[in-house]
Design a binder for this molecule. Sequence first.
Ligand code: ATP
Length: 275
Amino acid sequence: NIKAKKSYTSIPKVTFNDIGGQETAKKELMEALDFIKDAEKIKRLGIRPLKGILLTGPPGTGKTLMAKAAANLTGSVFISASGSEFIEMYAGVGAKRVRQLFSRAREIARRTNVNNAIIFIDEIEVLGGKRGSHSGHMEYDQTLNQLLVEMDGLSIDDEVRILVIGATNRIDILDPAILRPGRFDRVVKVDLPDKEGRLHILKIHTANKPLADDVNLEQIARETFGFSGAHLESLTNEAAILAWRENQTRISQKHFLEAIDKVMMGEKLNRKPQK
Ligand code: ATP
C-alpha cells in the first residue's frame, strides 16, 4: 500500500479564508476550479475537462493549504503523496504506487459517497523530472509514464472525477510532457508574500492568541521581508513560547520582535543545501 506522508480520508476543513495573501494565486486557482464545479455544463459544451493544476513556488508558501482549500471548495476527498515516495530501487514499484494512489482515491471517494477526488502530489519534480535525464534510472521514467497514463485516462464520465494538483519549486526541471494540454493545464504561481500578504498571514495565525495592547503586526510584517507563510506561522508560535517562558498571559510586541530573530537564526542553522 502507498505510504502517503499525510493522507486525509475525507473533505478537508481548510478554506481559502485560512490562506493569507496570495490573492492572485487564490483567484487563478478558484477560476480553474469553476471547471470542476460546473462539470455538467462543461460536458455539454464539449470542453476538455481540467485534469491537472500545477502550483509552483518556494517552500512554505501555502501550496498544500491551497490544494486542501480546493478540495474543500469543490467537495472533494483529498489524498496526498510526495514525489519522493514513488522512487524505489526496484523497477516497477514507483509505477505501481502511482496506480495505487489513483485507485485509492476512487475507493475513498466511493466509500465516502463523494463524486470528486483531489490527488495532491508534492515535490512532483522528483518523479516528473525530464525523462532520460536520470542517467539510466529507468524507474523515474516508468513512474512518470504511469502518472501520464493515469491522467490521460481520466474522463468527465468517470464515476469519481479526479483532479490532480501537483506542487513544485522547480518547474524549470519538469519534463515538458507533464505540461502538455490535458495534463497539468493550469500553472498557478504561489510566491513569497508581500508586506500586505505577511500582515494577513500574521493576523490569521494570531487570531486565537491573546495579544497585549502594544502589539503592532504591521511593524512585524514590515520587518519580515523574505519570510514565507510557514516562517510567519512559526514566528507567532515562537512569540507565544517567549511570553509563556516569562509567565505572561499575553504576547507583547517585544516577543514578536525577538521571535523574528529566532526564526531567522533557525533558518540559518537548518538551511539545507538546495536540491
Ligand atoms: P512545501 O513546498 O514545503 O510543502 P507548501 O508551499 O506546501 O510548502 P504549506 O505546507 O501549505 O506550504 O504551508 C505550511 C504551513 O505554513 C501551513 O500549514 C500554514 O501554517 C503556514 N502557511 C503557509 N502559507 C500560508 C498562508 N499563505 N497563509 C496562512 N498560513 C500559511
